[in-house]
Ligand binder design. Structure first.
Ligand code: FEO
Length: 168
């Protein structure tokens, strides 16, 4: 079973993962509107990744006999001043997610909840990849500026596909 504190913390994080999905779908719409379909695709794949994260946590809470209580999701931003600003915003969002996951692990340890601490290790590792993925694109955007390189990068980001981690 889950302690009430853990149950609440997981419910809050499920909401955060769905908020992340919503934010990336909004970023996908932003890039679609700019005519950068590769960037839009990349964000759309990220939208799917975040739903996977939320669902993984949702299933765990149920498996542990906890009660999932879905919460209202705030509206994400809709516009950014440039593709670089949009990716920097997303990278900063991922830093916040990483801190939240770390806080969850700390809480699990305090609650002497070893199962949750082990479950959360997947998310700890996943956040390393998330920060690296967003950080790479931020760096590439800084290098290419607003010129033709942006369209080359757009073509590269068009190749990203969603692969459910369990099937990978
Ligand atoms: Fe679910 Fe991007 O962290």
């Amino acid at each position: 079973m889950l302690s009430k504190k853990m149950e609440k913390a997981f419910n809050d994080q499920i909401k955060w993962e769905y908020y992340s999905a919503y934010l990336y779908l909004s970023l996908s719409a932003y890039f679609q509107n700019l005519g950068l379909k590769g960037f839009a695709n990349w964000m759309d794949v990220q939208f799917q990744e975040e739903q996977f994260h939320a669902r993984k946590m949702f299933d765990y809470v149920n498996e542990k006999g906890g009660r999932v209580m879905l919460q209202a999701i705030e509206a994400p931003g809709n516009t950014w001043k440039s593709p670089l600003a949009a990716f920097e915003f997303a990278l900063n969002h991922e830093f916040v997610v990483t801190k939240r996951i770390n806080d969850l692990v700390t809480l699990a340890q305090k609650e002497n909840d070893h199962a949750s601490a082990i479950f959360l290790q997947w998310f700890v590792t996943e956040q390393v990849e998330e920060e690296s993925n967003f950080g790479d694109t931020v760096n590439q955007l800084k290098l290419v500026g607003d010129g033709g390189g942006l369209f080359m990068l757009d073509r590269e980001l068009a190749a990203r596909v969603f692969v459910p981690p369990a099937a990978a």
